[in-house]
Design a protein. Sequence first.
Length: 260
Amino acid sequence: MQVKANGITFNVAVDGPQGAPWLVFSNSLATNLSMWDEQADRLKNQFRVLRYDQRGHGKTEASRGPYTFELLMGDVIGLFDALAIDRAHFVGISMGGMTALGLAERHPERLRSVVPCDCSAASTPASAQQWEERIATAREQGMGALVEPTLGRWFPGESLDANPALAARVREMIRATPVEGFAGCAGAIANFDFKPGLGRIDRPTLVMAGTKDAMLGGSREVQATIPGAKLVEIQGAGHLSNLDGAEVFNAALEGFLTSV
């Protein structure tokens, strides 16, 4: 389904009964809303589930970058308004998790709860440099040049070996991401800082992260700083823990949402 919001056209999927509480899923960089298929299928009988392709990803329009998290948060609020969503549970991973933190700080009245996964709360000079290098690679060589390096950062080798279908699926999502969308969103990830506001977040919060994710330390810091936040570490999972550790991820998410 196509929805106009915040100046562009978004690709979204809505499942579940009308009148049920809204549950929103936000994708990572270089993926699309299909990364949440398993979670949507599990929870669509209890919630009205919205999945959306972040700006410049999947079938959502790619405006000229660079983007900021203020823009990406504005996209969410625009979608909420367009779909008459008063408040929602918001789940995001990596870039989507960073979006979740920003929303919890800046727009708490629109959230029932927040689930930031496999993400940190701020960029660093080192990470900014890495993102600038990846943006340059995408612009000069295309997204194909980033497929294998990205897959290697996201998943432990044993996960890829054990699940070739998942590896193929994620490869295709990375390759299909528009260069302008990747560069725009990577620019946001390269320059943000939500750390000063973490201690003021007052929405029920569940942080989840794979134990083999390079951002595990950042996730632990997020959980330790948000009052009352819970942490679930998914043993053996990498950066996309909803895919790599789906069984534990799904059980923890469902338990948290039904308890809020």
